[in-house]
Design a protein around this ligand. Structure first.
Ligand code: ATR
Length: 271
């Protein structure tokens, strides 16, 4: 049976085995999907052993996305621009392709599942770390009217934007100097992880604004509360988690699973 797994540290919390097993059942794919733990400096040893046993692919979560980037023999464009790999696929010649499905998972959740338009819209992304970097190419490929990155440390946002000017209309600045009237705001900052709210002016929201937090949990984040209070439609990032898994499944198996049933199941489990 074809073998896959997710590797991380910690790894106990990962929902990837549940998600991929559900995808496999639904698409009648015969595969086995497990969890791998590695010490922070032990990625290569564990992964070498896993693939030596004939495994076909691996998902990669924190803190190993840069290790996986190094491990890959070949990179997709979205992995190269993300500077990180969350999916490794063994190719027929035995080499490893590194992909990054986080950004595509975000875009498919927003565009296809939530039905929120990105094309032609003014999009604001909060944060300028690895999570933001991974989303920029997939978002710019949707042809927003403008993509603005706002970060607590403005210079980090500006450097990030410079790396992507060739891909579309992109600008950047600090959180206190955000232009007005965005149609879609995506919180890719780590603020929600510590229960904090990025200090953003309500004027950043256009009428009918949608607000997406890449974090998920049983309760709405402070950012989601804030945006709801200002009349925005909101979503957490659970659909991005399922979406990135679906994109990895497509890469490995060549078939697209439906995300809706799995998303409903995980949402129930969170409650
Ligand atoms: P990740 O890989 O998840 O993006 P990261 O690279 O550590 O993690 O980046 C975290 C991002 O969240 C940064 O943009 C950080 O802002 P700074 O660059 O100024 O550090 C942002 N961030 C973290 N805590 C925040 C908070 N409380 N309010 C606003 N932004 C915050």
């Amino acid at each position: 049976m074809d073998k896959y797994a997710v590797i991380g540290n910690p790894i106990k919390q990962s929902m990837s085995p549940v998600i991929h097993s559900a995808f496999a059942r639904e698409t009648s794919q015969d595969l086995e999907y497990g969890k791998l733990f590695a010490e922070v400096d032990g990625f290569k040893t564990v992964v070498d052993e896993f693939f030596a046993g004939g495994a076909k692919g691996l998902n990669v979560t924190a803190p190993f996305k840069l290790d996986a980037f190094e491990y890959a023999d070949e990179l997709t464009e979205r992995a190269r621009t993300a500077g990180a790999v969350n999916t490794l696929a063994r190719q027929p010649d035995g080499t490893f392709l590194g992909d990054n499905t986080d950004g595509p998972g975000l875009v498919s959740d927003i565009r296809d599942h939530l039905g929120w338009a990105i094309a032609g819209k003014k999009v604001l992304v909060l944060g300028a770390g690895g999570a933001t970097r991974g989303t920029l190419l997939p978002l710019l490929n949707e042809k927003p009217a403008l993509l603005h990155i706002a970060n607590r440390t403005a210079s980090k946002a500006q450097h990030l934007a410079e790396d992507f000017v060739a891909y579309g209309s992109i600008s950047a600045g600090g959180l206190g100097e955000v232009p007005e009237g965005f149609d879609l705001i995506i919180n890719a900052s780590a603020a929600s992880l510590s229960g904090e709210l990025p200090p953003l002016s309500p004027r950043a929201l256009a009428d009918g604004c949608r607000a997406y937090d890449m974090v998920y949990g049983a309760q709405p984040t402070p950012f989601m509360h804030w945006a709801t209070g200002l009349g925005a439609e909101v979503s957490d990032g659970l659909g991005m988690l399922v979406g990135q898994a679906a994109e990895a499944f497509v890469l490995w198996r060549g078939v697209r699973p439906s995300v809706e049933p799995v998303l409903a199941m995980l949402r129930d489990d969170l409650r």
